[in-house]
Design a binder for this molecule. Sequence first.
Ligand code: S3P
Length: 430
Amino acid sequence: MGEAITIQPTRNLTGSIKVPGDKSISHRSVMFAGLSSTPVRIKNFLFAQDCLSTVSCMRSLGVKVEIMENKELLVTGRGLHGLTEPENVLDAGNSGTTLRLLMGILAAQPFFSTFTGDHSLRNRPMGRVIMPLSKMGAKISARQQSRLLPLAIMPAGSLNAIDYPMPMASAQVKSAILLAGLFAQGITKVTEPYISRDHTERMLETFGVKLERTGNSVSIEKVSELSAPKVIDVPGDISSAAFWLVAASIIPGSHLVLTNVGVNPTRTGIIDVLLQMGADITLSNERWSGTEPVADITVKYAKLCGISIQAEIIPRLVDEIPVLTVAAMFAEGKTTISGAGELRFKETDRLKAIAAEFTKMGGKIIENQDGLDIEQSTLHMARCYSYHDHRIAMALAVAGAAGRGVEIEEPHCIDISYPEFYTVLSELNG
Ligand code: S3P
């Protein structure tokens, strides 16, 4: 039996929270700065394991990344063609974003590189990136007929552009292809069935790259260099804010203000869905951080009701389904989630994990092939397992705080994206 933490039932949540920096934007800021030839200061960088995996891989590729006393990063890049051959295997840890985006960049380099990751990442599908990159001329070999880590990337000479209709909506796959497209001859075009988060597109524009965006397609052309901004200020992560949006919505008497949260429309599905369920959420102080919209969010307790969530909105809340399930268990009636088959390929099979663990707490949840049916439930105390998945652990904590408490086995996986989460939860308890 692994280590466990106990989350007590919470009376109400009141106060103000500055959620940590956005994970997706933090990764991209270090990678893109590393491909530039002028130094970039990164403010509000997310110091959590996933983004530190990116820092460590970029350092292994010759990029200088300094952590300043004020907790800013100072990245001194090597230019678009200056990365150097890593002398050891690159370890992406638990981070799909580190691995898949870097694969796009490294496929175009004139040197050899290899990747591994933790148990979870070694079981996640990589064929979805290897296949389109190979069509561009990349030379990548991986375990199990090029599907799983570890993998090796051989120098390919030059890459050619592709026009690639993606079988799934995935920002990681889209980004890998666009990043390879920066180095490829011709116009590289990707088309998604539904639009996924567009931080890569926005940040490429910040770095002076011209993209063409029409409908669900993005096109990019080869560039000779990136022109970096002096400073990137990373907005707070809406995927971390989501735990508080749900917790305050379902715990009577709660009133929270979440400051400096990124509200990029490709990420705000959680707000749209909670509002549809009857939540009391308002945005204020709306502003820009570079090309990313930011706001403060106020959330108060409200009576929620069940709704139907379908495929089209899933990419806009793909990481929020575990905590959305908690909202659904506290909402009157039934909530159905469909078109969410991609959840089976996250840090763990999240559909399976959600159904198994919340059921232990009294949740009325039925797992189906690509989604979940959730009915209003009366929760009780239970001992549950995180599957080493940060978002499962935090969703369990919210359910326990709003219900009758929970014991979470393997709780420290929250270090992947939100190391202070349990501390903030216990401090806020009014
Ligand atoms: C991410 C994309 C999403 C998301 C992940 C971060 C990114 O993954 O689930 O947490 O930063 O591009 P997919 O591209 O696999 O949907």
